[in-house]
Structures are given as structure tokens and as C-alpha cells.
Design a protein around this ligand. Structure first.
Ligand code: CP3
Length: 347
């Protein structure tokens, strides 16, 4: 990849294939319960979904970790399950238990008609952030990948093995395909709107890639993500797209080529050097520090960071975790992480 003028933002430079001596850093779920200021704003909003749909408060929680730590990127504060809700499915969060939806078995009760009206407040959050973020901070928009989102829509909740969705796909392929098709179309509209509102990078979260293999992985994880990326490019959206097929049991070189992503997120189990050999020199990698090591901190954290930095070795890489930061993380460990990455020994 080459360009005549290099972007001013470090994360965007790396996404054009340039390596940086000090890699850009952001953390998945960097706005969240480990921060006291997040808990206070969520309280003020009334609940998690109220927070997502309040542009002013969602903007505030997105900015909180950037203010505190000076991350190179900021991810829109929202959730991958807002799309099913926008399509007409009931969604609520049980305190301490995670998401709940009224389970569905086909797309009959869903409608695309109101999706962008429902999600307009989220795009307003993006528009506000594109004005209020520091000029060196990249704004990342996101959506869930269709298989992962559908697994919640069919089960009505998170499941360890996505059995309800796998079962529906096996019993009634056409019905499951109709849900996936609906998600592909809605996700293209949604990500296009985020990009037009100011999102500079888009990330697709495929949290449950590990439950499918072979033809099923191709059909439900690869094809829908490829269709979303193609659909966005056909509409002239050229923002770099990071795919994050967490713990996928597939050849990553083939995955990247098939979906057409610009960056690949790595979970904690990935071996950075081995994935780099599979994907080639140009693919941008992101990840994969274990969030539990960030909880423990100390010498173990220092060794893990040094190990990742050694493996990055002059390749285009975005420093991140291998999954979202957990609520038990001491905020001081995040400061230490950033100081170690940026070589600020005084911290
Ligand atoms: O990274 C960010 O800071 C951006 C915001 C974001 C959230 N969720 C906020 C959130 C993003 C990108 C997500 C993605 C998401 N949401 C995924 C994919 C990534 C992953 O974690 O695998 C999934 C599967 C969801 C669905 C979801 N939302 C679950 C399973 C839960 C409950 C688990 C939990 O941590 O409580 C949520 C709730 C959620 N989404 C919270 C946040 C900050 C916690 C809500 C709270 O404040 O109580």
C-alpha cells in the first residue's frame, strides 16, 4: 500500500500499512465499568441501553478513557445488539447477567423499515465525537458480524457454544439465511451511516467465530462479512475495516483474502508471528494481550508487553487486548501499560 501524503493520525498511518516505532494503542471496551467515571455516567443515564441511546452521555463515556489515558483511538460507545432491536426484536439487559432478547426462528417478525430511524441517535454520537475528539485520535465505528449477532437473536441470550443458532441453521437453512441476509443489509446501512457521520475506521466483531468450522464457517462467518465489506465499498465507503473473528479455527490468510478486510483482530490465543507468516507483510494486525494479565499487572504484564512488542518487530500492528477489558482491571494498570508501550519510564 502506498499514498502520496501520510495521514496525521498514527492509527490511520498503520492502517495504510506503515509500521510505527511506537505502535498505536487502544483497548476494546476501553469505556466501561472498570472506570469510576463510566459507572457514574451510566447511573446518570439510568441504564446501559439508555446510555447507548443518549448521544450526549454516550459521547461523554467515549471521551472518558481518551481524556484519562490519551489512547490513539476511541471506539464509539454502543453495542452490537442494537441492530436486532432496531429490526424490531425486544432487547433488555439483566443486571449482572448480560443481554436478553425474545428468541426468534426466522426473519418474519423483523423489518428493515425503521432501522436507521432507530439508530439515528448512535450516528449522532458519532457526529458529536468527530468534532470533540482530540485531532490525533482516530474514531472507530463498529457493528457485530452477522453470525455472532444472529446467535444472540436465536438463543435470546449469550450461550457458550451457540447451539441454538447452529441447530436452526441445520434444521431450517432458509429461515436462518433470512436472518443473516437481513443483518447483512442492515449492517451495510448502519456502517455506511457511521462512516458518513465521521467514523474513520470500522470494526466488525465476530466474537463467536470458534463455534463453526469448514463449510459452515464459510457460509455463516466468511460470506456475510465479505458481503458487508463489498456492500460498503460499492457505496464508496473507503474507511479501513478491521475484522475480528475471535478464536476462529481457520487459516487467517485465506480468511482475510476472502472477506477483504484491511486489518485483522487477534484474540489471546493467537501467535502473532505465526499469523503474520500466514497473512503476509501488508495485512494490519491488532491485539492480543490477555485482559487477565492486565488485571494482574506487575512483572507478568511487563514481560507480556515486551513479548508482543518483540513479535510486532517493525510490522503494521495496532496494540490492543485479545478481548475486551474486564471490570476488575485496576485503572492504574492501564496507565502502566501505556507508559511501557510509549517508553515513558517515569510512569
Ligand atoms: O469497546 C467499546 O468500548 C465499545 C462499546 C462496546 C460495548 N459492547 C459496550 C458494552 C462494544 C464494541 C461492544 C461489543 C459487544 N457487545 C460484543 C462483541 C465483543 C465481545 O465482547 O465479544 C458482544 C458479544 C456484545 C454483547 C454484550 N453487550 C454482552 C454479552 C454484554 C454483557 C457482558 C458485560 O460485559 O456486561 C454487553 C454489555 C456491554 N456492552 C457493556 C458495555 C460497556 C457492559 C454494560 C454495563 O455497563 O453494565
Amino acid at each position: 500500500m502506498s499514498s502520496t501524503s501520510l495521514p496525521k493520525k498514527k492509527l490511520l498511518r498503520v492502517l495504510q500499512g506503515h509500521s510505527e516505532a511506537v505502535p498505536p494503542i487502544w483497548l476494546m471496551r476501553q469505556a466501561g465499568r472498570y472506570l469510576p467515571e463510566y459507572r457514574a455516567t451510566r447511573e446518570q443515564a439510568g441504564g446501559f441501553l439508555d446510555l447507548c441511546y443518549s448521544p450526549e452521555l454516550a459521547e461523554e463515556v467515549t471521551l472518558q478513557p481518551v481524556r484519562r489515558y490519551g489512547f490513539d483511538a476511541s471506539i464509539l460507545f454502543a453495542d452490537i445488539l442494537l441492530i436486532p432491536q432496531a429490526l424490531g426484536q425486544d432487547l433488555w439487559f439483566e443486571t449482572g447477567e448480560g443481554p436478553r432478547l425474545t428468541p426468534i426462528e426466522n426473519a418474519d417478525s423483523l423489518s428493515r423499515a425503521g432501522v436507521m430511524i432507530h439508530l439515528a441517535p448512535i450516528c449522532e454520537t458519532v457526529a458529536r465525537l468527530s468534532k470533540s475528539l482530540p485531532e490525533e485520535t482516530t474514531l472507530i465505528g463498529f457493528a457485530g458480524a452477522p453470525w455472532t449477532v444472529a446467535s444472540y437473536m436465536v438463543a435470546g441470550r449469550g450461550t457458550p457454544d451457540q447451539a441454538p443458532a447452529r441447530d436452526l441453521a441445520a434444521r431450517d437453512l432458509a429461515a436462518f439465511q433470512s436472518i443473516i441476509d437481513m443483518l447483512v443489509a442492515a449492517t451495510i446501512d448502519y456502517l455506511e451511516a457511521q462512516a458518513l457521520a465521521g467514523a474513520e475506521v470500522l470494526q466488525l466483531f465476530e466474537s463467536w467465530a470458534a463455534s463453526l468450522e469448514g463449510d459452515e464457517f464459510e457460509r455463516w462467518c466468511v460470506a456475510p462479512v465479505a458481503a458487508i465489506i463489498q456492500g460498503l465499498r460499492a457505496r464508496g465507503i473507503d474507511a479501513p475495516i478491521i475484522a475480528f473473528p475471535r478464536a476462529a479455527k481457520t487459516h487467517m490468510g485465506a480468511y482475510c483474502a476472502a472477506v477483504g478486510c484491511d486489518g485483522l483482530g487477534l484474540d489471546t490465543s493467537a501467535d502473532i508471528a505465526a499469523v503474520r507468516a500466514e497473512v503476509g507483510d501488508d495485512m494490519v494486525l491488532q491485539g492480543n494481550l490477555d485482559p487477565q494479565i492486565l488485571v494482574r499487572g506487575g512483572a507478568e504484564l511487563e514481560t507480556a508487553i515486551a513479548d508482543i512488542l518483540a513479535q510486532i518487530d517493525n510490522t503494521p500492528h495496532i496494540f490492543n487486548l485479545g478481548h475486551g477489558i474486564v471490570p476488575q482491571t485496576p485503572p492504574a494498570h492501564v496507565s502502566r501499560l501505556i507508559a511501557l508501550i510509549r517508553g515513558d519510564e517515569t510512569a
